[in-house]
Ligand binder design. Structure first.
Ligand SMILES: NC(=O)c1ccc[n+]([C@@H]2O[C@H](COP(=O)([O-])OP(=O)(O)OC[C@H]3O[C@@H](n4cnc5c(N)ncnc54)[C@H](OP(=O)(O)O)[C@@H]3O)[C@@H](O)[C@H]2O)c1
Length: 263
């Protein structure tokens, strides 16, 4: 079973691997090395069961991931208590294009919609889905204040931001419970955010740990089969005591098994 780590001071314990679900709901406007078919319900249920049976308790989605939230609402029916659900606000993806809205009105209605779609009374983690202008969002839109109010109302357990810059990550960490940052073998610029979070008891989730699949692929099929670059990547990331979990997006059960055994 995969070990768990505390998610900062949220009181939640998350498995070292979380399941990313972009590929359960969206295959347009993504930067994966290969095109892919969105798994059907049976395939998705098998993947989720495999994850759960190996100790994964964290699942990451977003309104911008096509119909990922709606699908999870159905797929997790009857097993809500086994999962910590992380979703986001701010990005909408329709007709092949992203649109961003960080306003109070949109944030509230987005959270209400996520509760409905995910068929749940509360969301464990809600992150601002940044468009890259992390600092501007935090300074101008008051989105974290709206999320904090929703947390007080009992609709969310922990709030934070999925950031794209070091300054934005530090600011988000100062003002919230959890930050989601990018860290992989090719890109480690955001480590200072993980350092800050560790010092201040904030949770750190890693996105794109496998460089959206390019890390595994660039090493060639044989090395990949041995799980080498993957092991290397997880060793690097989990050596940092501030890192709570890496959200890896896979729809391939064998890849999920490789990733679990690499840890
Ligand atoms: N702004 C944000 O908030 C944001 C942005 C990006 C991502 N995310 C979250 O983070 C998750 C992960 O990000 P990501 O999907 O961009 O990147 P990632 O986890 O680094 O890479 C996922 C890709 O790697 C492949 N892969 C996984 N394990 C593999 C293995 N053992 N061998 C070979 N290939 C493997 C997957 O293909 P297969 O399906 O074929 O395994 C998939 O195409 C997303 O699903 C999402 O939940 C959040």
């Amino acid at each position: 079973m995969l070990p768990k780590r505390p998610l900062g001071q949220t009181g939640m314990e998350v498995s070292l691997l979380g399941l990313g679900t972009v590929k359960l709901g969206r295959n347009q406007g993504v930067k994966y090395p290969q095109s892919f078919k969105i798994p059907d319900d049976k395939e998705a249920a098998t993947l989720i069961a495999l994850a759960k049976d190996n100790g994964i308790n964290l699942i990451d989605t977003a309104p911008a991931y096509g119909n990922s939230e709606q699908r999870l609402g159905k797929l997790l029916a009857g097993q809500r208590q086994n999962w910590l659900i992380c979703t986001k606000v701010g990005e909408e993806f329709n007709n092949g294009e992203s649109r961003y809205d960080f306003s109070t009105e949109h944030t509230r209605s987005s959270v209400e919609r996520s509760l409905q779609r995910l068929n749940t009374d509360f969301l464990d983690i809600v992150l601002i889905h940044s468009d890259g202008n992390d600092e501007e969002i935090l300074h101008r839109h008051g989105t974290l204040d709206t999320l904090a109010a929703l947390k007080k109302e009992g609709k969310i357990r922990a709030i934070g931001m999925s950031t794209k810059t070091v300054k934005g990550g530090l600011l988000a960490a100062e003002q919230s419970d959890v930050v989601m940052i990018t860290w992989n073998l090719q890109y480690d610029a955001e480590i200072p955010v993980a350092d800050y979070c560790h010092q201040h008891g904030k949770g750190v989730l890693i996105k794109k740990a496998l460089a959206s699949g390019h890390a595994a692929k660039s090493q060639g099929a044989n090395v990949n089969a041995l799980g080498d670059p993957i092991k290397q990547c997880f060793q690097m990331i989990f050596a940092h005591p501030g890192v709570s979990s890496a959200i890896v997006g896979t729809i391939n059960p064998n890849h999920l098994r490789t990733n679990i055994s690499a840890i």
